[in-house]
Write a new protein. Structure first.
Length: 217
């Protein structure tokens, strides 16, 4: 995973904060985390395939974290306490190919979307883009007519929702279309605010990370 996109999302990912998550149905039956694996992991005794198994379990339930029981929340707290927080959870998942790595890299992009969702220069650039092309390619049915602070955050939410529904390839498709749109408006956002000067580069690096991970599915 490239460091620059990761550095932009901060230590706490909005997508993993229960206080900002809407209510959704519980995940499908069979999803869960093995308590014995978590206990061994927290004690620093888990390596090899058992650790990879735990990473797979975490990746499957992570997008559904707000709808889990208190027992699940306790297990996730143990995992994150051992790792040292949200950002280190993402870097840990990135060590394991397949769904864990893809999930980690999609969360980095979601973090970028949340990070820039209220940035005035980015919002203005998105509005200018939609004045020319009302529906960006690949985003039909995913963007509402009005462009504002909820536009990128809403797309981030939908990517996570697809992961929660067990549709990682659809999540990648939406992530790809969203990233392409953000990359397209990045030069204009940079003109409006110099702090967005490297936005296109950051998003492009995140895209490449996602494509690499998606190829492993």
């Amino acid at each position: 995973m490239r460091e620059k996109p990761l550095s932009r999302i901060g230590d706490e990912l909005a997508r993993l904060r229960d206080d900002v998550m809407p209510e959704r149905p519980a995940p499908p039956a069979g999803f869960g985390i093995d308590e014995a694996l978590v206990s061994r992991f927290a004690d620093g005794e888990l390596t090899g395939q058992p650790e990879a198994d735990l990473a797979g379990q975490v990746a499957r339930v992570l997008p559904c974290h707000w709808s889990q029981s208190n027992a699940y929340a306790s297990l996730m707290t143990q995992v994150m306490d051992h790792l040292g927080g949200h950002r280190r959870l993402v870097t840990w998942l990135d060590r394991f190919p397949g769904l864990p790595r893809l999930t980690a890299r999609l969360y980095v992009l979601m973090g970028l979307l949340d990070r820039y969702s209220e940035d005035r220069a980015v919002i203005d650039a998105l509005r200018e883009s939609r004045a020319k092309t009302p529906v960006p390619p690949g985003l039909q049915g995913h963007v509402v007519p009005d462009t504002g602070p909820g536009t990128l955050a809403g797309l981030s939410y939908e990517i996570e929702e697809l992961l929660a529904d067990g549709e990682p390839r659809k999540a990648v498709g939406l992530a790809r279309a969203t990233a392409a749109w953000l990359r397209e408006v990045a030069p204009r956002a940079g003109e409006l605010d110099h702090r967005c000067a490297d936005l296109g580069e950051v998003v492009e690096r995140s895209e490449k990370d996602i494509e690499e991970a998606a190829a492993e599915l």
